[in-house]
Design a binder for this molecule. Sequence first.
Ligand SMILES: Cc1cc2nc3c(=O)[nH]c(=O)nc-3n(C[C@H](O)[C@H](O)[C@H](O)COP(=O)(O)O)c2cc1C
Length: 165
Amino acid sequence: MDRLNFFTKRSMKKINKKNFKKTLSKFTTGITVVATNNSSVLYGKTINSFSSLSLSPPLVLFSLDKKSSKLKIFKNSKKISINILSRNQKIISNNFAKKTPDWNDVEYEILNNGNPIIKNCVANLDCEIIDKIKKGDHIIFICKVLQVLNNYKLKPLIYYNSSYF
Ligand SMILES: Cc1cc2nc3c(=O)[nH]c(=O)nc-3n(C[C@H](O)[C@H](O)[C@H](O)COP(=O)(O)O)c2cc1C
């Protein structure tokens, strides 16, 4: 056994909740707000489990904690918007990480299908939820992307090691 291999094997730690969360925090992500309109009441949630899934058809996914107070709202939604936050939208990320976010200070527009689109994001995706998969303590939402908006002048909000950059 070479030296490097020996040290790697000795340093590997059995997985537990604490080191799992810490390890995942080393993966750099963007930040999105997933939003929906339920009978004219708007809901939004800060989500960094967003990922691309398929190019053809255009699919993306995100996962939501089964314990979320808004699980029922999102499970019953057919349409959602995914708003990819820009560098100056840390306040928006913190707002939508609260149990009861405040939409009053958020600039947004409502699309014809009812989806709220947050302004000044790097990009916005207008989506239809086509599948939900229960896995572990989360539900994976598979979404078909119908329309997109890109704001090429803005830089993204970045999340790494539990901090914004
Ligand atoms: C940076 C960041 C990323 C988050 N990503 C997710 C996520 O991918 N999935 C999720 O269920 N909650 C995520 N959350 C937590 C939610 O935004 C929210 O705080 C949580 O769902 C608690 O509120 P609730 O019980 O009303 O849902 C994230 C929070 C932060 C600050």
